[in-house]
Design a protein around this ligand. Structure first.
Ligand code: NAD
Length: 317
């Protein structure tokens, strides 16, 4: 087996749709030399490992296997994608309680074998589960990251790029706060190629109407629900978002990503995990960027923090 020079290892706990799509995305982007798949359903993990391995003649060399928690040893990143999404009629608090129980089983098993990795949490509600992973692991805050609003931010950039008819990568707009209904679009700083959105539109003869953009945001906020209504789950957008976070860690990129991380006095918000623009590198969170929010955005962000805190309090954290 020829191994990649980077010599990095990623353990994925939970080999459902999100875990395996992430594995596939990480594989085809050649981000690591080892991927271990761990799931309560061992057979499922084995089947997924076999299936992924059969694509290796068309990808970069990587060792993939179904393993157990002892295989978390020496992993650079442990990705947590266990547990379900909200089922019809289930409240957010009920989902949090259900997935917190799973986190309680999983996190101590990881830390039994590895206390140096970065924990990357995707399980929903992701901000509360990131906070839970932090408390359960007792890791330094910089080592515990949630996928947060990286996906929501990508969705916003996608719809803006479509509307403005430009490459989404030239659109710089961020969603911060909770990955959920109280998330906050930072319109005051949204820009295209360095030009503020509200200046870009008239310059390029595109109608600029604040209400229109607010409605566009609502579509972004509801996008997960819309997809789940149609196909039962979301996996590709989130898989690519996870691969980006993984890339920034493994390649020490110092990318600015709206990951969920532990905050201390961010616009008065403390002791909660929430998404804000964060520099991510091989140490995890290198730095949190104090975004110059306007007053309304600050208030909306603080409201979002209160909502997430209610969830973590309900879990006794
Ligand atoms: P899924 O049902 O397809 O997979 C979940 C996997 O977890 C299953 O294979 C199951 O066997 C495993 N599992 C359950 N309990 C376990 C335990 N105690 N130990 C080990 N494995 C266990 O679900 P999915 O669609 O892959 O979604 C996974 C999670 O990711 C959900 O909570 C979902 O809401 C979340 N999600 C988050 C985002 C985001 O942006 N944060 C986006 C999409 C999905």
């Amino acid at each position: 087996m020829i191994k990649k020079a980077s010599g990095s290892k990623i353990a994925i706990i939970g080999t459902g749709f999100v875990g395996t799509t992430s594995a596939y995305t990480i594989l085809i982007r050649g981000l690591t030399s080892q991927i271990v798949l761990i799931d309560a359903d061992r057979k499922r993990a084995e089947g997924e490992a076999m299936d992924l391995n059969h694509g290796l003649p068309f990808a970069e060399p990587v060792e993939i296997w179904a393993g157990d928690y002892s295989d978390c040893e020496n992993a650079d990143i442990v990705l947590i994608t266990v547990g379900g999404a909200r089922k019809g009629g289930q409240s957010r608090l009920e989902l949090a309680a259900e997935n917190f129980e799973i986190m309680n089983q999983v996190v101590p098993r990881i830390t039994e074998y590895n206390q140096k990795c970065i924990l990357l949490v995707v399980t929903n509600p992701v901000d509360a589960m990131t906070y839970a992973a932090l408390k359960l692991s007792d890791f330094p805050a910089r080592k515990v990251i949630g996928s947060g609003t990286v996906l929501d931010t990508a969705r916003l950039r996608y719809v803006l790029g479509e509307y403005l008819k430009v490459d989404t990568r030239n659109v710089h707009a961020y969603i911060i706060g909770e990955h959920g209904d109280s998330e906050v679009p930072v319109w005051s700083l949204a820009n295209v190629a360095g030009i503020r959105l509200k200046d870009y539109c008239p310059l390029c003869k595109i109608p600029y109407n604040k209400n229109f953009f607010d409605e566009l945001f609502l579509k972004v906020r509801n996008a997960g629900r819309e997809i789940i209504e149609r196909k039962g789950r979301t996996n590709y957008g989130v898989g690519l978002s996870i691969a980006k976070i993984v890339e920034s860690i493994i390649r020490n990129e110092n990318s600015i990503l709206t990951v969920s991380c532990y905050l201390e006095n961010y616009y008065g918000v403390s002791d909660v995990c929430l998404s804000v623009p964060t520099v991510v590198n091989r140490d995890g969170v290198r730095e949190i960027i104090p975004f110059p929010l306007d007053e309304k955005e600050k208030e909306a962000f603080q409201r979002s923090a209160d909502i997430v805190k209610k969830i973590t309090k309900s879990l006794g954290l």
